[in-house]
Ligand binder design. Structure first.
Ligand SMILES: Nc1ncnc2c1ncn2[C@@H]1O[C@H](COP(=O)(O)OP(=O)(O)OP(=O)(O)O)[C@@H](O)[C@H]1O
Ligand SMILES: [Mg+2]
Length: 158
């Protein structure tokens, strides 16, 4: 079972770093969870571990923030909480050709207009910490989760 108990925000950061270390060349990650469940924390930790420097803003209002990656291409962090329907994504003129990594918060609001997930992360409150469930959506995602499970060092409280 790909389930992790994340006792504090540092544990969420550690999971993000582990996902970055083990990530495939191209990956689409859908981040599910209520407001405050830790989606942005996980996305930020992933981006940091990929070498992104400087401010990592929440894309709450911009819908998308783009980061060039050292090895070429871009990582895109999306937060679709504020869109009314998936059609709004088309007006952004998003061309994902250069995107090596998609990190999408509230992907359910962009259904049909987003690439399918290789990995879906479900985050939820768990006491004062969080619980993360990781589900593969493709063979690439299955292999990724295998690497995560083999090497994870995430602090666990239960
Ligand atoms: N494992 C954890 N245990 C306790 N607190 C955590 C954990 N992970 C993250 N947090 C904290 O939860 C708060 C909210 O996190 P975050 O902004 O990442 O949530 P979110 O899911 O992106 O919310 P939103 O839907 O509003 O964008 C932050 O203060 C963060 O530090
Ligand atoms: Mg967020």
């Amino acid at each position: 079972m790909n389930e992790f108990f994340l006792a504090d925000a540092d544990a969420t950061d550690a999971l993000g770093a582990q996902l970055a270390r083990t990530r495939p060349a191209d990956a689409v990650v859908h981040l599910h969870g209520d407001l405050g469940a830790g989606k942005s924390t996980l996305a930020r930790a992933l981006l940091r571990a990929l070498g992104v420097r400087g401010a990592i803003r929440s894309p709450t209002y911009t819908l998308v923030e783009r980061y060039p990656l050292a090895e070429g291409g871009e990582a895109w962090h999306l937060d679709l909480y504020r869109i009314a329907d998936a059609g709004e994504l088309e007006f952004l003129g998003l061309d994902g050709a250069e995107v090596r990594l998609w990190l999408v918060e509230w992907p359910e609001r962009g259904a049909g207009a987003l690439p399918a997930a290789d990995l879906t992360v479900d985050l939820a409150m768990h006491g004062t910490g969080r619980r993360a469930r990781l589900r593969p959506g493709s063979t690439v995602g299955e292999a990724w989760l295998g690497r995560v499970a083999a090497g994870h060092e995430v602090a666990s409280d239960s």
